[in-house]
Write a protein that binds this ligand. Structure first.
Ligand SMILES: [Zn+2]
Length: 61
C-alpha cells in the first residue's frame, strides 16, 4: 500500500515513498516553506527589545 500525503505548502497529493522532499511535493515547495518558516522565526525574535523595557519598568517599582 502506497502512502499518499498532502504537500503542506500547496496541498497537492504526493507519495511518501521515494520522495526526497517529503512532506513536500517538490524541492520548490520545501524551499518556499522553509524560507517562510525562517522569516516567521525572525519576526518572533524582533520583540525581544521590548522585553528589556518591561524589565526596566519592574526594577523601578
Ligand atoms: Zn507542493
Amino acid at each position: 500500500m502506497k502512502k499518499k500525503i498532502k504537500c503542506p505548502h500547496c496541498g497537492k497529493l504526493t507519495s511518501w515513498e521515494n520522495n526526497p522532499y517529503r512532506p513536500f511535493c517538490s524541492e520548490r515547495c520545501k524551499l518556499i516553506d522553509l524560507g517562510h518558516w525562517l522569516s516567521e522565526e525572525y519576526r518572533i525574535q524582533v520583540p525581544v527589545e521590548g522585553l528589556d523595557e518591561v524589565h526596566e519598568i519592574k526594577k523601578e517599582e
